[in-house]
Design a protein around this ligand. Sequence first.
Ligand SMILES: Nc1ncnc2c1ncn2[C@@H]1O[C@H](COP(=O)(O)OP(=O)(O)O)[C@@H](O)[C@H]1O
Ligand SMILES: [Mg+2]
Length: 296
Amino acid sequence: MKQYGDIAGDGGSDVLGQVIAQRKAMVESLASVRHVVAVASGKGGVGKSTMTLALASALRSRAKDVAILDCDVSGPCQAQLAGLSGVPWIPEEEGIRMPRRADGLGVVSFGGILGTDQPMRHQSVAHGDEHTWRATREMAMLGQLIAAVQWGSLDVLLVDLPPGADRTVHHLGLLGPSTQVVLVTLPSALATGVVARSLAAVRESGVEPIGYIQNMAGYWCQDCGEIRPLFPEGSQDLDVPCLGTVPFDPGLARRCDEGWPARSEVAATEDAADPSIVAIEAVALALMTALEESKP
Ligand SMILES: Nc1ncnc2c1ncn2[C@@H]1O[C@H](COP(=O)(O)OP(=O)(O)O)[C@@H](O)[C@H]1O
Ligand SMILES: [Mg+2]
């Protein structure tokens, strides 16, 4: 089998030129974004998407200009979480105008334009061999999307990543070297092991995560008003700074399913005092402090 180095020329596609042009277009598109923050884990179901939306909401309530890019192309959920399903992306001369929640939070997620019965397809003329280029196609598409959206001037762009240690690293490569990484984990030995492997992979790629969030750290029992243990006790820390812990809260799960309202609406309800909301506020503050310290 031929290796890449054995292939003479590029068949006239100028693939290197295309990659360089796309990189330039992405950098230009993100030029006015102060912090690009990838919310990663490696493990699925730990709350990456939930934490992304929760942090974005908390930061937005502090008058930060925030947007979310949902990079989970095969399992997008940010549009649904933000209550923006079916809101179209408007093409304009300057680029795509992103859908915004009532409070101004911008959300770019394929879940907004694909129904829950419509999987993302990367169609190929080589029927049956789609798997050979799916990842390349996905990355190229995300690169084009990042270059095409009018992000405008943002304090923070939160990027919701799909699971998988290798995919985490590939997405970080796409997003570029100034991207900061926040890991999300659970206080279970199983999840911590998987996330620790992702941490090692991210470090091997030359990126030092800014910190981690321990989600589902206990269960908020509304009958007794206490945080009760959810996973077996033990040390499940990661070797990076902890930005905070967030308990499992049935109210938060409900909010995710119903569409997360703007923080101002949450503040108007009793939910504002819920331990999960208070914890997320603290994580958002810790994140902003860490980001500003990393980039004075
Ligand atoms: N702290 C929490 N309290 C209650 N439910 C949560 C919490 N964190 C996540 N969930 C729920 O867990 C499920 C998985 O979360 P999700 O954010 O989709 O995980 P991931 O993006 O890592 O796959 C979702 O249904 C979400 O509503
Ligand atoms: Mg997710």
